[in-house]
Design a protein around this ligand. Structure first.
Ligand SMILES: CC(C)(COP(=O)(O)OP(=O)(O)OC[C@H]1O[C@@H](n2cnc3c(N)ncnc32)[C@H](O)[C@@H]1OP(=O)(O)O)[C@@H](O)C(=O)NCCC(=O)NCCS
Length: 257
């Protein structure tokens, strides 16, 4: 299949089980995911996406794109080869791009939820100090999530219009054929057409691919996985280490048309 022939469509609710499985397979060799899977309550990526994708599909400011293997005639498996979740910031639902297969805006888009009472700044009740976290994986998640919050506050202040990659996975069976870059090209074209930037928090293995799609590293978070690991990597011999894992925040700036 030539790189330019991918047909990009909207992921649907019926694709969710295949997409969740695909992500779990794609991240199987991701060092951070492997390490998180070695804990007492192993991180289950398949379950995570099975639970998250349906609500993401209903979110009016999310577009989930897929590439299906529909190569030629009998050889086409109909498999979802890869999918990408794009988030939109500062766009009204009616300004969202139209994608084949996605209702516009999603028919069951629920209105923004009212602010949780506990989040209200007017709430006078003092909150108890949180207990120090003892689960090392939860400490890792708290560290990465705090860093993400800091990045978002800096990169997307009030009033910013931009798009961002919430998730990108290509099935190991179909990697290296241009599926990932085709899914990114959809977003970078949108950026060029609308004069907005895109950003991603890249996984360690994917940052070179984002670089090839025009994204540049702006900030990095270097995590020593062994500081957070519940155990050394199994089946890798004595003294084996998980090693460092670098999250890179990368930006694509629109090209002037
Ligand atoms: C990263 C990923 C999405 C790439 O998808 P893909 O369809 O295999 O990528 P493409 O075939 O479009 O590759 C585009 C270019 O990036 C390069 N590339 C892809 N993965 C790469 C890697 N891990 N390291 C270095 N280069 C890579 C390709 O060689 C290709 O280069 P070329 O244009 O010079 O030929 C896929 O490998 C994947 O799902 N990985 C696991 C999940 C993950 O980390 N997702 C990213 C979350 S932020």
């Amino acid at each position: 299949m030539s790189k330019s022939s991918f047909d990009i469509q909207a992921l649907t609710l019926g694709d969710v089980p295949a997409a969740a499985r695909l992500s779990a397979d794609a991240f199987e060799t991701d060092r951070q995911t492997e390490m998180k899977g070695s804990g007492k309550e192993p991180y289950d990526l398949n379950k995570h996406w099975l639970e998250s994708l349906p609500s993401l599909l209903r979110n009016p400011r999310i577009v989930i794109l897929k590439v299906v293997d529909e190569a030629s005639g009998d050889e086409a498996s109909g498999d979802v080869m890869g999918y990408c979740i794009w988030g939109f910031r500062g766009f009204q639902p009616e300004e969202m791009p139209v994608v084949e297969g996605r209702s516009h805006p999603p028919a069951d888009a629920s209105p923004a939820k009212p602010k949780d009472k506990q989040e209200s700044s007017a709430d006078p009740e003092p909150k108890p100090e949180p207990e120090p976290e003892t689960d090392p994986i939860k400490r890792l998640e708290a560290r990465t999530s705090a860093d993400m919050q800091a990045w978002m506050a800096e990169a997307m202040p009030e009033g910013t219009r931009c798009i961002f990659v919430v998730g990108l996975s290509v099935s190991p069976k179909y990697q290296g054929r241009g599926v990932g870059s085709a899914l990114l090209r959809w977003g970078t074209r949108f950026c060029d057409d609308n004069g907005v930037f895109a950003w991603v928090q890249s996984s360690e293995p994917a940052w070179r691919m984002y670089g090839k799609s025009g994204f540049q590293v702006i900030r990095a978070l270097d995590m020593d996985l062994d500081e957070y690991a519940p155990m050394p990597p199994p089946n890798e011999g004595p003294g084996a280490k998980w090693g460092h894992y670098v999250f890179r925040y990368m930006k694509y700036l629109p090209k002037k048309r």
